[in-house]
Design a protein around this ligand. Structure first.
Ligand SMILES: CSCC[C@H](N)C(=O)N1CCC[C@H]1C(=O)N[C@@H](C)C(=O)O
Length: 352
């Protein structure tokens, strides 16, 4: 079933006639149009219409085979009003603003509007062959760029120069950076989201590089922690503990495993090394049109209800963060297959 067919089936199960979609990722998923921030998608029993404005007329013609209506609000809402009168329409409650919902109610007094729930989240969680190919290609590029930039990670180089080189090479290859590149060296390694700064890397540092490529709309995500010179034995011990947790969690990936249990598995290993408190985030996440999407690999603070299925693409990224000292994170991008897993990220890991 195509994603649109899955959406229609889900709408009918929920007693809805259609949907008004505003999130760029879902618009791209269903239409192929890549500038969803300036678009809406209307799904009704009679068809699907992409609404966008004159800046995107040519682009819409190139990117989608769906009929487009070129206008700006309120003309778009007035045009849609005739099609949605008397219908029950779903909307993305986690994306549509309160003001935008009020506006829909004003222009469509005869339409019942209801939150879509997890329907689109669920459709996006399991990837089809084309989506997996795009993520795989994004990771091939990320591995290649990491290999090219790896020799730059040395004493005397600023974190932001490493990030710049990564970004430049991704852009030159026709991709983009999936997110602000994290380069966290020395004590900055204690910041899980330590985006590259002006800090100059020193001998004995561990340097965490977390990067991803966005290609054909799909993202990759991978982290490597690199040793510069000879880090002290305390940091090496932390590195080995994180690597042990990471490899054990990857090896446990297969359909039917609860996402929360993978987090617990990695967390227990780190706790055994006295690093449970230092693992300050969840084990990983699904990835696709957005960097963070379902399933969440989380056992603490709202444990994930998700169970792994073939076709999910997830990250496994345990870390340990020691304020004032430094940190380690190791992350692989993993495809859940029918009989287990395939690691999509191939960049070499340190063996300390
Ligand atoms: C700003 S995108 C960061 C990408 C990165 N690989 C990543 O997902 N990280 C870095 C450390 C934690 C993890 C993260 O943000 N996890 C989220 C899902 C959480 O809430 O734990």
């Amino acid at each position: 079933m195509t994603q649109l067919e899955q959406l229609r089936a889900g709408l009918s199960r929920a007693g809805l006639d259609g949907a008004w979609l505003s999130s760029p990722a879902n618009i791209r998923l269903l239409s192929g149009f890549s500038s969803g921030a300036d678009a809406k998608l209307l799904v009704t029993p009679g068809g699907v219409t992409l609404y966008t404005d004159a800046r995107y007329e040519v682009q819409a013609g190139e990117e989608t085979r769906l009929p487009s209506f070129i206008a700006r609000p309120p003309a778009t809402l007035e045009h849609a009003a005739a099609q949605v009168d008397g219908l029950r329409l779903g909307f993305e409650a986690d994306h549509l603003t309160v003001a935008a919902l009020d506006e829909l109610r004003t222009y469509w007094p005869g339409t019942t509007l209801e939150p879509l729930g997890t329907l689109l989240r669920d459709i996006r969680t399991v990837k089809d062959a084309a989506e997996i190919e795009a993520i795989r290609d994004a990771q091939v590029l990320a591995d290649q760029v990491f290999a090219e930039v790896r020799p730059l990670i040395r004493a005397g180089v600023r974190e932001l120069d490493i990030a710049l080189e990564i970004e430049l090479r991704l852009r030159r290859a026709g991709a983009a950076s999936a997110f602000d590149i994290i380069v966290a060296s020395g004590p900055r390694g204690a910041m899980p989201h330590g985006v590259a700064s002006e800090r100059v890397i020193e001998d004995g540092d561990l340097v965490t590089v977390d990067m991803g490529a966005r290609l054909r709309g799909y993202n990759s995500d991978m982290t490597r922690t690199v040793a510069v010179g000879e880090p002290g034995e305390d940091l090496r011990r932390v590195y080995r503990a994180v690597l042990e947790a990471e490899e054990a969690a990857v090896q446990a990936v297969r359909p039917g495993v609860r996402a929360a249990d993978l987090d617990t598995l990695a967390r227990d290993i780190l706790t055994g090394h006295g690093l449970g408190e230092a693992f300050a985030h969840s084990l990983g996440h699904g990835i696709g049109l957005e960097v963070h999407e379902a399933p969440g690999l989380r056992s603490l603070h709202q444990p994930s209800p998700d169970v792994l299925q073939a076709g999910m693409v997830i990250t496994i990224e345990p870390g340990a963060y020691l304020p004032g000292v430094g940190g380690v994170r190791i992350e692989d991008l993993v495809l859940v297959t029918e009989d287990g897993y395939e690691v999509l990220s191939h960049s070499e890991k340190e063996r300390l």
